[in-house]
Design a protein around this ligand. Structure first.
Ligand SMILES: [Zn+2]
Length: 296
């Protein structure tokens, strides 16, 4: 894991926030007698806790709201990729899982959106979404990098935090507990969002084991026109990444703090490329690959 990624996750998991006194808590529950979450809140109350851990909070809010919302959305839209419906694509996911030592193959689906875009969702119901544009525009190795990236988010435990951040922007969320937590964790989570991609990129590289495929994926995602796919200038992109790092990284770090999830989610592909390249050139990547090869 990228060190900044791990630091934030450890901090979040260690949080214990006193939210309400018992009296205030009961008053809040009475305000929402039909709230379907009441049972879960009561369980916490009965456990006699005078604070909620971050895990309690995630269990009661994010997983319920966001995961259910996502599953309904993706079950009703697009195509499930299975051994029967799209065997070649499904086999590639199985292969990616095998390389990374992931036993539980996530649900896999596609839908019509013509861009090199992909995502993943869920903690208990895990799903990778590879939109039709990605399937057409990526090569086999680029697909392996992309699948590895999404699997990386899943195995590194990023999804509950991603879903939490997305939930903060859902229109119907108007819960007092949510607002209280939001005040504490929204900003650090926005800052963390990008570093979670640095970690996922590392897993993507371990999956495809080809730095050029990783970088060409990023170039395509950054907007390379399809007409130019026959000549992908990786060297120029690397130079652009180095220049950006020297001149703009500190400005970007400051700017993203004042921006919304869209900005945090924005891939910052040039920065991601620089981060991945640094890791590839360091001993970190080589050590993992050598260790795995020895154990074969
Ligand atoms: Zn990502």
């Amino acid at each position: 894991m990228h060190p900044d990624d791990k630091r934030t996750i450890d901090w979040l998991n260690g949080l214990q926030v006193p939210y309400y006194s018992l009296k205030e808590f009961i008053r809040e529950m009475i305000k929402h007698p039909k709230d379907k979450l009441l049972k879960e809140w009561l369980e916490i109350l009965k456990a006699g806790k005078d604070y909620y851990t971050f895990k309690d909070f995630l269990r009661i809010t994010t997983s319920k709201y966001r995961e259910a919302y996502n599953e309904v959305e993706y079950q009703g839209e697009g195509i499930n990729i299975t051994n029967k419906s799209l065997p070649q694509m499904y086999r590639q996911l199985v292969e990616a899982c095998e390389i990374l030592g992931i036993k539980e193959v996530p649900t896999y689906s596609t839908n019509w959106f013509y861009a090199p875009y992909h995502s993943s969702n869920g903690e208990t119901h895990r799903r990778i979404i590879m939109v039709s544009g990605s399937v057409d525009l990526f090569t086999k190795d680029e697909m392996m990098f992309t699948l590895g990236h999404e699997l990386g988010h899943i195995v590194c435990g990023h999804k509950p935090y991603h879903m939490l951040l997305e939930t903060f922007y859902m229109p119907f969320i108007n819960d007092a507990a949510f607002k209280a937590w939001g005040a504490i964790i929204k900003l650090p989570l926005l800052e963390w969002y990008r570093t979670s991609d640095y970690t996922a990129d590392r897993v993507g590289l371990l999956c495809c084991q080809d730095i050029n495929a990783a970088l060409s994926t990023m170039i395509k995602k950054a907007g390379l026109p399809k007409k130019c796919y026959h000549h992908i200038d990786i060297e120029s992109f690397i130079q652009q990444a180095k220049n950006f790092d020297e001149n703009f990284t500190s400005t970007m770090d400051k700017a993203v703090k004042a921006l919304s999830i869209r900005s945090a989610e924005f891939p910052w592909l040039v920065v991601r490329a620089k981060n991945l390249l640094d890791w590839y050139n360091s001993s970190g990547y080589k050590q993992i690959i050598d260790k795995n090869l020895r154990s074969l």
